[in-house]
Design a protein. Sequence first.
Length: 287
Amino acid sequence: MAKGRELKGRIKSVENTRKITRTLEMVATSKMKRAQDRVTAARPYAQALRDVIGSLYSPDLAEQFPLLRQPSSIKRAAVILITANRGLAGAFNANLIKEARATIAKLEGQGITVDVHAVGKKGLGYFKYVGRPVASSRIDIGDRPTAENAADIVNDLTAAFARGDLDAVYVIAPNYKSVLSAPPTTTQILPVQPPEAGAKQRDYILSPDAQTILGELLPLYVRNAIYRALVEMTASFYATQRTAMKNATDNASDMLKILGRTYNRARQATITQEIAEIVGGAAALQG
């Protein structure tokens, strides 16, 4: 019955694994819903910021604000990679790192010097593994990122761009579309892009003047872009982890069915063999 005992051990092990994956699935589902609410709340505010800036923008005003400076050529750029601090989410972090590698390779292929900034343990761990130095890193941002977290990440980069030390800033994060779709995306957040030609502009009664308002809104717009990336990363991570843990739970259930049938067949074979031995022994005594 050695084989039967081995199968029982495997069944117990898979059952324990299924309990863990089911628990993680439930936790991820709960946290995902709260993170989705933060994404939903952040998007209208970001759109309102874009609308106001677009309506206030004019070429004359643009010359007065460093954050609207459009460099003739990019010589130095910063790339902010935002990943999760944890795994057990399929290829979620790996896909973000792959996007970062492609973006960095593209920029460096154009002769641009790239400074890497890592937010999240997984991205930082990758750069340490490949021996690439990072200009800054943050691994202390939890599941509920704040506007202050975003400001801490981007304020120094905004100041460097305003001084002319940087020509562009890119952020790599997932673009949360649905529970099943959150592709990694590279977004340029500096310089702030002017509205497209022909874009609809709204009329505002301004108090104070447009120059003062733009001076306040432009840094806020950049910080908000980072905040949105942080909340979308959190929602995307838990959505992906929920799917991965559900698949793992389903696979464990399928494996338990197979192991259960195998164990029953092995047990039946053992019983049949024992019966045959008893019958054979009784026949030998009678003979």
